[in-house]
Write a protein that binds this ligand. Structure first.
Ligand SMILES: *Cc1c(COP(=O)(O)O)cnc(C)c1O
Length: 355
């Protein structure tokens, strides 16, 4: 018997979420962001769920190669661009578009001979992570357009604060001031801006988290956005303990029963990607009923309160997150975001596609 933990990924949920994005940003083209193995869902799921996307965007060149091997023929955008001159050659070979966020990358393109490459010049509009200074954009755009090995030159930026009301405004103004006179397609909107900042939609949007059915907002869940959770992380109870008042469970004995209670032991722990920082009280579904974790999460196991599920026993199914328990709720309880949990599902967890 395999260990009972597994993750299923619903291809129809991925496709549904892409459809929701299309409705929110009607008339734009969509880069489906599939970095970090499609936010932990795997590239095979992404290829099927996002078959109707206009392009795929990611940061890993080996995974761009895999996308081509899996049959994706549409545009691919490398969001961090080339990490060295060899990546420029790979981009030409595989037909990848490259973000250009600094002058060194322009130099690698200048030295490149061969098939031409489409580029997206990235402006730093306040996040201060990647991007050229807005007042250098015009000169760099001209320099890029003059290179024989460069095809189309488009313009993009990335928001630090689109999940807060008004948080993208200053960045949009900086971008528009710097690029008003320039030609080329525009792209700015991440998931949060797709939902909340229509003026950022422009020519191409770049949804990530919402495609997987999780929310970019702290105060709005995925179902309120019309999204469906794509991944369900499941396991089973492999033991049941009856505690007396004063008995503890797990490492550190951080949870102590104040009355007699039954506790279920779930075959899932931090080595499967469940957050070790999830405290007592984190929501979890046991046999179709919502209950809570108790005590510390260990490497291969965690404990749950069987108070609300008196009929549960060894073999009862458990949903760690997914359709019933939003990953965002587990993340909030553990002091992180759904993004981190989805990306961190461990390689030892078997993943399979459904519908
Ligand atoms: C990851 C990423 C996105 C997607 O962000 P979400 O918040 O998941 O929608 C968009 N653009 C860039 C440049 C990114 O790195």
């Amino acid at each position: 018997m395999p260990r009972p933990v597994s993750a299923s990924v619903s291809v129809s949920a991925l496709a549904h979420n892409l459809f929701v994005v299309r409705r929110r940003a009607a008339g734009t083209r969509v880069w489906a962001v599939v970095k970090a193995h499609a936010y932990g869902h795997g590239l095979p799921a992404a290829i099927r769920g996002f078959a109707a996307a206009d392009g795929m965007a990611l940061v890993e060149f080996d995974n761009a190669r895999r996308l081509r091997a899996l049959g994706w023929r549409g545009p691919i955008l490398m969001l961090e661009g080339a990490f060295g001159p060899a990546d420029v050659a790979t981009a030409a070979e595989l037909g990848l578009s490259l973000v250009v966020h600094d002058a060194g990358q322009v130099a690698w393109l200048r030295a490149h001979e061969g098939r031409s490459i489409d580029v997206w010049l990235k402006l730093n509009t306040g996040m201060n992570r990647l991007g050229v200074a807005p007042d250098e954009a015009s000169a760099l755009q001209q320099a890029l357009a003059a290179l024989p090995c460069v095809g189309k030159v488009s313009l993009m930026t990335h928001f630090a604060d689109a999940d807060r009301p008004g948080g993208a405004q200053a960045a949009i103004e900086r971008f528009d001031r710097a690029t008003g006179e320039l030609s080329g397609s525009r792209s700015m909107a991440n998931s949060a801006a797709i939902f909340d900042v229509p003026e950022a939609h422009r020519d191409w949007v770049r949804p990530g988290i919402v495609l997987y059915g999780a929310s970019p907002f702290a105060d709005r869940g995925a179902s309120a956005l019309g999204l469906r959770a794509a991944m369900t992380l499941r396991s089973e109870l492999i033991a049941v303990q009856s505690l007396k008042a004063g008995d503890a469970v797990g490492y550190g004995s951080t949870f102590v029963a104040d009355a007699p209670m039954r506790v279920g032991i779930v075959a899932c722990g931090y080595a499967d990607g469940y957050p070790r920082h999830a405290p007592t009280g984190t929501p979890i579904d046991v046999g179709g009923t919502r209950t809570r974790t108790v005590g510390r999460v260990s490497m291969d196991m965690l404990a749950v309160d069987l108070g609300p599920v008196s009929e549960a026993g060894v073999g009862t199914p458990v949903e760690l997150w997914g359709e019933r328990v939003p990953v965002d709720e587990v993340a909030a309880s553990a002091g992180t975001v759904g993004y981190e949990l989805l990306c961190a599902v461990a390689p030892r967890v078997p993943m399979y596609l459904v519908d």
